[in-house]
Write a protein that binds this ligand. Sequence first.
Ligand code: SF4
Ligand code: MG
Length: 324
Amino acid sequence: AEVLIEVKNLKKYFPVHKGFFKRTTQNVQAVDDISFAIKRGETLGLVGESGCGKSTTGRTIIRLYEPTSGEIIYKGTEIGRLSQKELKPYRKKIQMIFQDPYASLNARMTVGDIIGEPLDIHELASGKERLEKIHQLLHDVGLNPDHATRYPHEFSGGQRQRIGIARALAVEPDFIICDEPISALDVSIQAQVVNMLEDLQRERNITYLFIAHDLSMVKHISDRIGVMYLGKMVELGPADDLYNSPQHPYTQALLSAVPVPDPNISKNSKRIILTGDVPSPMNPPSGCRFRTRCQYAMDICKEQEPEFVEIAPGRMCACHLHKK
Ligand code: SF4
Ligand code: MG
């Protein structure tokens, strides 16, 4: 399949003003030079602890945040520098769903108007046609079309996430950034939402960037998984390979922390405990950013940043233990 979206050397720094009269400016290096591509119809999972930059990556791709530098290429067009006006046609094609569907839905609007709003903004349907579309979308996400006249507070968390998904689908996007869409849901509901997202992907050939803080959540839905640490991509590869034989010490530690007993893991790996706090992204460690928590850290890890390179076909890793 063709590449749908590509991110090249993306950086997003947030300036923080500190000190007397806030005259000193320091940068939080939330996303620091990451590159990846997603093929049409593919799901790329993106994982890492909170503050690693995974959500910032998603929000920068959709231009909720302006990129500091780098490129965002959608179907061959660089959209990272387009004005908000020039961006409008792309806004339709790239949608986002959020962790907390309640916070992202306007509590004073009916479900029908919430789902219909993107249709209004992009002038896609009005009147009877608009209403039919709303009913169809509710049906598509497994909700009763009669729910269109109700308000978000009348629904459960899982149902609200379905409303958020229906709203994203209204404009017929081909790329959806899912920012921890199941993290706040009951475990029993999580699988339902993931299965629905997969069905929708199959029916509509949608591409996903699926963000989560833990690998077990993305393993099932992802074709490939990227692992981020302190603003950097440290490992990227096919989901099963990465899960069964993690190559970066941070991925290994993340996996050994997976709470659910997994026979595939316990067989061949000992539990690695991640010690120490995540360092500040304002003042990250020199060389390899993971070195302050890495049990394999060597002298070179302090002096030289490991390059993100292909260590096996389709597998990328940034670690001095893996020399080409
Ligand atoms: Fe550990 Fe060094 Fe590899 Fe970083 S580069 S993960 S510190 S071994
Ligand atoms: Mg899939």
